[in-house]
Design a protein. Structure first.
Length: 123
């Protein structure tokens, strides 16, 4: 997906959220409200997969110095305006996205030998 397509896709997402933010949801029934909540939950669960791809690519192809930070935690916490703990959590999960290691929540729990065995081939 090229930059123009990424920008367009993000524009659609931002526009959709802006439209939802102005809704009062007063005319929806309780089952309809629950359906809206269910759809929002499904959408929000897709974001981490995208975030993991972005972090994996950044950490593999650039340096923190190029991005104005001392560490990846520093870069992410400053740019995304999140806490350092949250930045570390995202980095752990993002670096795991390069590997097929089912049911492991942190790359710290995976030995380097196991990671080497489970590395996915390039696409």
């Amino acid at each position: 997906m090229g930059s123009d397509r990424v920008d367009a896709a993000l524009g659609v997402i931002e526009e959709g959220y802006a439209m939802l933010a102005t809704e009062s949801f007063d005319t929806q029934s309780h089952p309809e409200l629950l359906a809206v909540q269910s759809r929002l939950e499904a959408v929000s669960r897709k974001q981490p997969a995208i975030t993991h791809k972005l972090i994996a690519r950044l950490t593999a192809q650039t340096s923190t110095v190029e991005l104005g930070g001392k560490s990846w935690t520093d870069v992410l916490s400053n740019r995304l305006r999140i806490g350092r703990g949250e930045a570390r959590r995202r980095l752990d999960r993002g670096s795991c996205s390069r590997y097929f290691v089912p049911k492991i929540r942190s790359c710290r729990a995976v030995s380097p030998k196991l990671m080497a065995l489970t590395t996915l081939p390039p696409r």
